[in-house]
Structure formats: C-alpha cells, structure tokens
Design a protein around this ligand. Structure first.
Ligand code: G16
Length: 572
C-alpha cells in the first residue's frame, strides 16, 4: 500500500468532523455535499473487494429515488448482485474512520477478509444524471488509483446497466457483451423473438407513455429507441430537460402519492409507466373514462409475470415462488397463494434480501411493491429450458420453451431493471392480449397509505418478523396492535428507512378512509413514542387519490383456449 498516496488523497477528500453514515438499504445515501469522502473510500473498498474475490466490482454513483440534492453510492458484486452483506460492515467502518485511522482500518479489513493486496483489481464505474454525480465519480477514481487497480468508467448509465456490465465481464461474456450496445441488442433481440409469438396487434396496444423521473432513464431509452421494434412506440416524458430529478414525478412519487406524475398528459385508458431516478424501478398506471387514477404497482407486475411463467412451466418439475416484502398489498399475497397457488415468501425491505431469497428456487419472481424487482432462473432451470428448445419434438411444448428462453434473455437477472421489466410486461400483455384494465382487474388492491415521520434518531425503531413488528421503542407495537383492531381487513407496520432520514409507516384497511385514518394514527404513535421532530403529523384532509373499484376477478384465459383474447403459448 502506498501510504504517502493514501495520506495525500484522503486529505483531498476529508471526512466532515462528527459525521457518521451507515451502509443502508442500498449503500450510502445523504446530501451530496457530505459524500465526497464516502465515495473516495468506496473506491478503496471496491479495490479490496475486487482483490478478495478476484473479479470486477461495480460502483454506481446515484441516490436513485431521493431528491436531486442527495446522492449515494451502490456497490455491485461479481454476478451483478448487491455487495455481500458480510462486507457492509467493512464499508461502514471505512466510511466512518478518522483520516489518521484509514490505513489501520484497511489493514484490518485485509486481515479479516483475507485480501491479498498484491492481486490485480478491476472496477466498473457508472453514474446517474445528478449535478453532483460527475465530481463524485471522479473521487471514486481517486480511491481506486490510491490502491492501484484498473477501472472502466461507463459514465452515464442506469444502475441496472452497470449491474449487467459487471456480470457480463465476470462471466466472460456468457451473460452478454459488457457494452451498452450489447445490452440494447440482447434485450431487443429477446423482446422481438418473444412477441413474434404474439397474434395480437392493434394501434392502441403499441403505444406506451413513460415518465422518466427527469433521470437517466430518458437518456438511455432515447439511445435504445433505434433498437425497438415497430410493435412498441414509446413516448418519453420528464426527460430532464426542464424539471428537477424525481420532483413531482417518477415511480416513487406515483407509488407513494397514488397519483399521476406531473409533466405527463394522460388520456383515458392510455397505458403509462414511471421509472425512478436511476431506472431500477417501474410502476404502471392509467386513468379510466371517469377520470379515476389506477395504479399498477410492483405486486401486480409480479402477479402478471407469475401467471405467465406458471402457465409455461406447468408440466415442469420446477420450484417457482414469489418473494415480497411487508409492503406487498394483502390482496396480492392472497391472489398469488389462493388463486394462482404459488408459494409466497416475505423478507425484509431491500432488493438484496429479495434477490437472496429468490435464489433458493428454480424460478424466483421477486418484486417490492414500489416496483423494484426481477425474475431469477436457476442454472438447472435455464439449462433444461435451453435444451428443450433444441430437442423437444412436440411443437407446442417447444414453442413454450422458446418463450421461456426469450424471457430468460429479456429479464435482467442481475437486479430490478425498469427498461427490461417494461419490455417483459409489454411482451406479456401482447402475448396474452391483455389490456392494462384487464391486468389491473386481476385482483383489487386493498386501500393503503404510505407515510413518513421524522424522528430525532430513527434507529430507536428496531423490527422483527420481516419488519412486520416493532421490537422497540417499548409500547409502540402494542399501540399499533390496538389501532389495527379498530379497522376491518387492516394491517400496519413501521420501519426506519435505509435511504432517507425518516420512519416509514404503512397501513391498509377495508376503505381508503380507514387506511388513511390508521396510517395517521400510527404516525402519531411513532411521533410520540419514538421522539418525533417538529410538529406532530397532520391528517391529510385531501380526498383519496386512487379509485378502488370493485371488479369481478378476471379469469385469465387458459393458454390452450382460443376463445378469449389472443393468448398464445403452449404448456410445457
Ligand atoms: C432502494 C432499495 C429498495 C428499497 C428502497 C427504499 O431503492 O434498492 O430495495 O425498497 O431503497 O428503501 P427504504 O424504505 O429503506 O428507504 P432505490 O430505488 O432508492 O435504490
């Protein structure tokens, strides 16, 4: 280790006195001006991790759904997964070490994680469109250079694109080419192959309006446009040329506020979707002829994908499961378990937890309600599917295997990816001949409300049971239990956010009014028992923004039936 270089460079990236930051749900996040030393040190850590696992590691400078003034850093492991949990602690130690302790902490990490500093190292870097991102990614490079290693700076990319590049690099191209062209070509080829099998057409089905949250998604979708087949016509809104990132738009805004984003003009029954700031989340929505807004969130995306996959996999001995978090709407879980008969597992918030659980199955579909998710196929499942495409004699079965093979290539298995998820959804809707309204009507969401409360220190809240119950502060869970008892079909939980300085509150109940009342009462309990800051939360008197219609559950046509819509696909 070049100690002189370490001293010199760390002095250029000083840690503000008294600042302590924790590795959170998806890396570090804070106001951009507090992050220079963090990203420099994550450059150091990426080199150590790369040497430890003898593979390329990714660093993405982004704060995703957070306001434009924030920034953050996400670390990507060799196969495109989030940083291994055992290294999160090292990341926190390095981030919070005083300058004079840096060398000691690096040496300790090397000892504990058996890092051989003489090994080669390689890091891929990406960044989002925030004004602070370019300078921060330069600080990452400083960190990399201090410990000595190769790097490739991809510049502006979506988070999932960086995950994809890292995976391609470490699988020697087996997952694809580690270039943007490689990514666009792989996805568009799989998409075109998939929709070739669709017998549906129609001008309306072709068009999709996309709110890009004024973020990187707009740039990358524009680049990808030439690769899109004529079957899909995308219209990009909130492209970052006029408004601020994530301001009154984007997937998080639409999901939390349960209303359409600004800057997107939506006509009745038009299919629309929103990405978040770094394009790793997506939610769909539409407005009906009465002007009511309908949100189709990550739970319904998971349901649509599960229906499609289950039909194709029906005669295979594959274990398929869906992974959700406590935020999953109660009716989505019921639909998946009782109607679709798919096992559902609940884990803690954070794609790292969902991804890990989904790896236990041959086919693991995971989605957070906020629209962050993907599908994982085990090596065994993938090999068998590819083999069936080549060897299966029965035409219908071979066609079904082909659809699955194209799904494997279309879905970004490294992490939730708004672009790839969007193409998967568009393909499924086309193949099944489903309109956005029919998709929405699979089940009716229980009315729900998400709120946030500021407290002096959100770490006073500790949770258990996949964050569905609060262990501390004393008395909080008992209070929540008593409040929940007041309403029908109700459920509520609280948890400290890992990306913002807030406590999140989720409530659902039989009516929107009750869900709102319950969420408000729980937020007051958090405020009083967990040290709320400022004035107690006020009940929002605005009328519910989402129209919860009661519709009969739509029976998705059987794949072999020709009488309904134009679904294709044969059972394996
Ligand atoms: C990140 C994580 C997601 C998580 C979200 C909110 O999303 O990747 O898994 O659901 O933060 O986390 P929290 O409730 O702890 O703030 P993103 O899209 O912001 O990177």
């Amino acid at each position: 280790m070049d100690l002189e270089a370490l001293r010199r460079y760390s002095a250029l990236h000083p840690k503000p006195a008294g600042l302590t930051l924790q590795y959170g749900t998806a890396g570090f996040r804070s106001r951009a001006e507090q992050l220079d030393h963090i990203v420099f040190r994550m450059g150091l850590l990426a080199i150590l991790r790369s040497k430890a696992v003898t593979a390329t590691i990714g660093i993405m400078v982004t704060a995703s759904h957070n306001p434009e003034e924030d920034n953050g850093v996400k670390l990507v492991d060799p196969l495109g997964e989030m940083l291994h949990p055992s290294w999160e602690e090292y990341a926190t130690q390095l981030a919070n070490a005083e300058e004079q302790e840096l060398q000691k902490v690096i040496t300790e990490i090397c000892q504990k994680a058996e890092v051989n500093l003489h090994k080669d190292a390689s890091v891929f870097i990406g960044r989002d469109t925030r004004p602070s991102s370019k300078k921060l990614s330069q600080s990452v490079i400083d960190g990399i250079q201090v410990l000595g290693g190769q790097y490739h700076d991809y510049g502006l990319v979506t988070t999932p694109q960086l995950h994809y590049m890292v995976c391609c690099q470490n699988t020697q191209g087996q997952y694809g080419k580690a270039t943007l062209e490689g990514y666009y070509e792989k996805l568009s080829k799989a998409f075109m192959e998939l929709i070739k099998q669709s017998h549906c057409s129609g001008e309306n089905q072709k068009h999709l309006k996309i709110d890009c949250a004024n973020g990187i998604g707009a740039l990358k979708l524009s680049e990808m446009k030439p690769y899109f087949p004529q079957e899909v016509v995308i219209h990009i809104y909130n492209d970052g040329t006029k408004e601020k990132l994530n301001h009154l738009c984007g997937a998080d805004f639409v999901k939390v506020q349960q209303k359409p984003p600004g800057g997107l003009d939506m006509k009745p029954n038009e299919r629309c979707c929103s990405f978040d700031g770094d394009a790793d989340r997506i939610v769909y929505y539409y407005k009906d002829t009465a002007g009511h807004f309908h949100l189709i969130d990550g739970d319904k995306i998971a349901t649509l994908i599960s229906i499609f996959l289950k039909e194709l996999l029906v005669k295979q001995d594959f274990k398929m499961a869906v992974v959700q978090t406590a935020y999953a709407n109660g009716n989505s879980t019921r639909y998946l378990q009782e109607t679709l008969k798919v096992p559902v597992h609940c884990v803690k918030t954070g794609v790292k937890h969902l991804h890990h659980k989904a790896q236990e199955f041959d086919v693991g579909v995971y989605f957070e309600a906020n629209g962050h998710g993907t599908v994982l196929f085990s090596k065994t499942a993938e090999t068998k599917i590819r083999q069936l495409v080549k060897e299966e004699k029965d035409d219908e079965k071979r066609e079904a295997a082909k659809m699955l093979e194209n799904m494997i290539d279309l879905i970004n298995q490294t992490v939730g990816d708004a672009v790839s998820d969007m193409l998967v959804i568009e393909a499924i809707l086309a193949l099944k001949g489903l309109t956005v309204q029919q998709w929405d009507a699979l089940y009716t969401d229980l009315p729900n409300r998400l709120l946030k409360v500021q407290v002096a220190d959100r770490r006073v809240i500790d949770t258990t049971d996949a964050e569905r119950r609060a262990l501390t502060p004393p008395g909080l869970q008992e209070k929540i239990d008593a409040l929940v008892k007041k309403y029908k079909l109700s459920r509520a939980f609280v948890r400290p956010s890992g990306t913002e300085d807030v406590v999140r509150i989720y409530a659902e109940a039989d009516t929107q009014e009750n869900a709102d009342a319950l969420a408000h009462e729980v937020s007051l309990a958090v405020f009083h028992l967990a040290g709320g800051k400022g004035a107690p939360p006020q009940r929002n008197s605005a009328p519910p923004l989402v129209h919860f219609h009661i519709v009969p559950e739509i029976q998705v046509p059987h794949p072999q039936s020709t009488g309904h819509g134009c679904m294709t696909g044969a059972l394996l």
